[in-house]
Design a protein around this ligand. Structure first.
Ligand code: VG1
Ligand code: CO
Length: 550
């Protein structure tokens, strides 16, 4: 075998950091924070010390290509070798989209994977970095593992690495021997593209495109560019240039790689202009999120999940196979309506993809979704941006109708769940905690009260009991539900890196067929006003307006 490196294993003495508690999706901090001596190493050793017997086994390793990705990979490779892994599979240039890493872990039956990403957070020397561990099912480690990792980070006194300056060349597809551990640098796109070919009717989509159907996919200078160019342009025949911002950059071109109408505004402007293609989509930093837009219509992620579920029979590999559907708690109840009609089970989980894993492993659900532009299925154990785009394209090819027609017909059949999320970013942590503490007290006595034209039917701090392993997750968000089906939800973000972000989610249900095309913010107006009053938001935080509305 070429490129063999022999060196000695060294034990480095270290002291704990007290801020390495994983959030909604791994540990996310500023790059500079991660660059402190021993910071990354402590966390990686704590992962290794929490996951059981991996000696001689395989680890999948890659990230979204953001600043510090390459350096972190070199550090982790040496530590994996010193700790006794048999093999590490790395994406070329250190890159894997999150869904592609999940594909690889499952396909190669790896012990687990380490994904380096801060997803939709900005990248660059002064921005964010992140790391998370995925288990052998390809999904994010469940809470009992993330808690064990956190406990280890508080006790750690040493870590293992190799005493060598060797840098593994990640730019070429090759196999290396790093002190007895195999490092295999593989094509990041191949296995993922192959799975998509198996799941969807590529011939039907190709046919639709060759008959003049046009699309624009905004990769936001993030990881999905190469995947989208290969699949949409090379394999499905979309015009060259249909994928925009397709070259990954370490700082995502200076933007927020977050696919919503605010951050993907070029795409948004195009889709609401006279030049709009038939279909538009975008994905995030690590490729697990998606935004779906049609000519002059935005599809909320909650509606998208409902529409995919209702139309799943049009996609060959899902026909007749939808076991159930799960959504995170703040996601609108649109998919519940569909599940009811289809006679399948629906589940409500806390925010974060890790809560879907057990349900999929137990074959209770096939489709899952979150309001935060995340949709996916049991083909892997992560949400999957490009998968959602292909699912939509497959439906469009089968129905031969526009996105707008499909959405309107869906609303006519099931009613419309008006939906919006208001984010108040970078609030002082103490003020944000006061808001939540105040609400936690208030919700104890809200049921039965009648604010404005509404009547509160229940209010609580969401607590989830996993139906598979009975594990309990408390304090997952304040819910206020009204007798007419409307809801207001408050929770603090677990992915931010400065101060606190308060998210308020609004939903109202409309069944009358002539009221399907109201302005969303207006339709939710009473709920929005009520949420500000109930939370005492202005007085406690000084904020009068949300930072981002999606
Ligand atoms: C956010 C979203 C949540 C998502 C998480 C990870 O978490 O709200 O739905 O699962 O990001 O997505 P939070 O705690 O900030 O609300 V990704 O694409 O950033 O890995
Ligand atoms: Co993401």
């Amino acid at each position: 075998m070429p490129n063999s490196t022999i060196s000695t294993i060294t034990t480095i003495t270290t002291t704990p950091f007290n801020d390495q508690k994983p959030g909604t999706s791994g540990l996310r901090k500023k790059v500079k924070h991660f660059q402190q001596a021993h910071y990354l190493e402590n966390f990686v050793q704590s992962i290794f010390d929490s996951i059981g017997d991996y000696q001689g086994k395989t680890l999948v390793l890659g990230g979204d290509g953001r600043y510090y990705n390459q350096q972190a990979i070199q550090i982790i490779l040496k530590m994996a070798s010193a700790n006794g892994f048999g093999k590490v599979i790395v994406g070329q240039n250190g890159i894997f989209s999150t869904p592609a890493a999940s594909v690889l872990i499952r396909k190669k039956q790896a012990f687990g994977g380490i994904i380096l990403s801060a997803s939709h957070n900005p990248g660059g020397p002064d921005e964010d970095f992140g790391i998370k561990y995925n288990t052998g099912n390809g999904g994010p480690a469940p809470e009992k593992i993330t808690e064990a990792i956190y406990t280890k980070t508080l006790e750690i006194s040493e870590y293992l690495t190799l005493d060598t300056d060797t840098v593994i060349d990640l730019s070429q597809l090759a196999t290396h021997d790093l002190n007895g551990m195999i490092v295999e640098v593989i094509d990041s796109v191949l296995d993922y593209a192959q799975l998509m070919n198996e799941l969807f009717d590529f011939d039907a989509i190709r046919n639709m495109i060759s008959n003049g159907f046009t699309l624009c996919f905004d990769a936001m200078h993030a990881v999905t560019g190469p995947y989208a160019i290969e699949i949409l342009e090379n394999q499905l025949g979309a015009l060259k240039g249909s994928v925009i911002n397709g070259i990954p950059q370490e700082d995502f071109g200076g933007g927020h790689p977050d696919p919503n109408l605010v951050h993907a505004h070029h795409l948004a402007e195009l889709m609401f202009s006279k030049q709009s293609p038939d279909f538009g989509a975008a994905s995030d930093g690590d490729g697990d999120r998606n935004m779906i837009v049609g000519n002059n219509i935005f599809v909320t992620p909650s509606d998208s999940l409902a529409i995919l579920t209702a139309n799943a029979d049009l996609v060959p590999s899902y026909k007749g196979k939808i076991k159930g559907v799960a959504r995170s708690m703040p996601t609108s109840q649109a998919s519940d309506q569909v599940a009811k009609k289809m006679g399948i089970d629906s589940y409500e989980t806390p925010t974060g993809w890790k809560f879907f894993g057990n349900l999929m492993d137990a074959d209770k659900v096939t489709l899952c979704g979150e309001e935060s532009f995340g949709t996916g299925s049991s083909h892997i154990r992560e949400k999957d941006g490009l998968w959602a785009v292909l699912f939509w394209l497959n439906i469009l090819a089968a129905r031969k109708e526009s996105v707008a027609d499909i959405v309107q017909q869906h609303w006519q059949e099931y009613g419309r769940n008006y939906y919006s999320r208001h984010d108040y970013e970078a609030i002082e942590t103490e003020s944000a905690n006061k808001v939540m503490l105040g609400l936690r007290e208030k919700v104890k006595t809200l049921a039965g009260t009648q604010p404005g034209s509404l009547t509160v039917s229940y209010s609580d701090d969401f607590c989830y009991t996993d139906p598979v392993d009975n594990s309990v997750s408390e304090h997952q968000g304040i819910r206020i539900g009204f007798t007419n089906g409307s809801r207001i939800i408050f929770r603090l973000s677990g992915t931010g890196t400065s101060g606190a972000t308060l998210r308020i989610y609004y939903e109202s249900y409309e069944a009358e067929s002539d009221k399907m095309n109201q302005d969303t913010q207006q339709a939710l107006g009473e709920l929005i006003k009520l949420s500000v009053d109930i939370s005492n938001l202005e007085a406690l935080t000084g904020r009068t307006e949300a930072t981002v509305i999606t």
